[in-house]
Each structure stands twice: as C-alpha cells, then as structure tokens.
Design a protein around this ligand. Structure first.
Ligand code: NI
Length: 249
C-alpha cells in the first residue's frame, strides 16, 4: 500500500522513526511525505535521504502558511526542486475556511506552485477548503496533473476534477460515521482514486482521536472495498497502480 499524503514532521510527531518502522511492518511500500512550508520542505527532503525510496518528499507552501516574503520562498522552493528532485509539489491550494481575507495572495501562491509543477513535470497535491469554485476555475485554466487531497465534495465536483485528469485522494473521512463521502465514492471508478492518511490529522475509525499513521491506510482501503462491494486486494492493487503512475515510482 502507498500512503500518498502524510505529514511526518517534527511539528506533529516526536516518534517519526517508530512511525516509519511500523509502517514498513504494516505493508506500506512508500509514504509521500508532504511539506506545508519552506522549513518543512527542507525537513521532508532530509527525512527522505534517511529513508531512501521509502519516504518520498513533496515540497511546497500551504495556503495557511503564507508569509509576506512568499515570493522569495517560492524562489527557494524552485532551487530545491532543481537540486533535490522531490517527487511532487505540495501541499498547496486554497483555504477560505481559515482565511478569506487574503484570497488574492492565496491564489497567486497556488498558481506559482502550479507553474513549478508544470515546468518541472511534477504532480501537485492540492488542498481545497471552502474554495471549490476558485480551485476548479484555476485548475481548468492551468491544467496541472496531480491529486485533490482529502477530497470530500459532491459527486458533481468529483466528476469535474476527474474530467481534468486529476485523481481524488481519499482518506479517513470515508470511515467516519456521518460522512456523505461513501455515497459519492460508490459512483467513482477506482481508476480515479488514491489512498492517503493525511496523518497526523483525520485518523480513521476506529482509531479516531488517537495519533494517525500511514499504517492505517488499510482501514481506508477496507471501507472503499465495503462501499463498492469488491475485495480489499482489488482496491489496494488499483489505487497503488494509480499512485505509481502519478508519482512515476
Ligand atoms: Ni495534508
């Protein structure tokens, strides 16, 4: 299994080594470890050197971490792309839930990272919270390849993203009791889905409330198998192939 979206960063974990070793024991093949800022971009690049071919780094700046000097930071991200060859750009995107006062800057920051993803032919990991319309408009205009991380929207929105060639990242939300996501995912082909934990956030049921880990990917696979009435092996095989295609691994 591949966790296409984790945040194994010091700010969230004091047991990164243990978490990674447990993931290996629990049949995880690769972890895409996503930065959310310039400093965590350095951190995930460093960790990926320590766990070569296992922890794969995505670097970028999350909309919640915009600083006044973000343009300089993006220049530095580009230098890191050239030098360190990360596997993807992200996590980035739009978040109007946390802040809608700085929409214009968020859009500029997002677009600058889409440019990098296209320039260096890397997939982009997209966060979109209460910003579906702007996200879709930008993606229709720019057409990057990548993943809509932690997708939890409507069937209509899912179809729009898929039409653009994007994949839906499905995580712990699908295991939550009152989630409407199962109804949507029932209608979406496995060919358009990848699995992710977004750890340390969104810990799947029945571990909700505890620290999340890439090891819990199987709970998400299991739930999708249940919803689609197919085997868990089939879910794992297809979604892993999708991830391998996207990240060229
Ligand atoms: Ni995330």
């Amino acid at each position: 299994m591949i966790d296409t979206h984790a945040h194994l960063l010091k700010e969230f974990y004091d047991n990164i080594e243990e978490t990674i070793n447990n993931s290996k024991i629990n049949n995880i093949l690769h972890i895409i470890n996503c930065a959310d800022s310039l400093s965590s971009s350095y951190e995930t690049l460093q960790l990926s050197k320590q766990y070569k071919n296992f922890v794969l780094p995505a670097i970028g700046i999350h909309p919640n971490n915009i600083k006044d000097n973000w343009k300089e930071e993006i220049n530095e991200i580009e230098i890191l792309i050239k030098k360190e060859k990360p596997i993807a750009i992200g996590e980035t995107g739009l978040d109007y839930y946390h802040n809608k006062e700085n929409k214009i800057e968020q859009i500029e920051l997002f677009k600058s990272q889409i440019n990098l993803s296209k320039k260096y032919n890397l997939p982009i990991l997209i966060h979109s919270r209460e910003a579906t319309k702007d996200t879709l408009d930008i993606l229709k205009e720019t057409k990057p390849i990548g993943i809509i991380h932690c997708f939890s929207g409507s069937l209509e929105t899912a179809k729009e993203y898929i039409k653009l060639g994007l994949y839906l990242g499905i995580g712990g939300v699908i295991t939550f009791k009152n989630s409407k996501l199962p109804e949507v995912i029932k209608e979406i082909p496995l060919e358009n889905i990848v699995l992710e934990t977004d750890c340390p956030f969104l810990t799947p049921h029945p571990h909700r409330g505890k620290q999340n880990s890439p090891s819990y990917i199987y709970l998400i696979a299991e739930r999708i198998a249940q919803i689609k009435n197919i085997s868990i092996e089939e879910v794992i095989k297809q979604t892993s192939n999708n991830a391998k295609d996207i990240f060229k691994i």
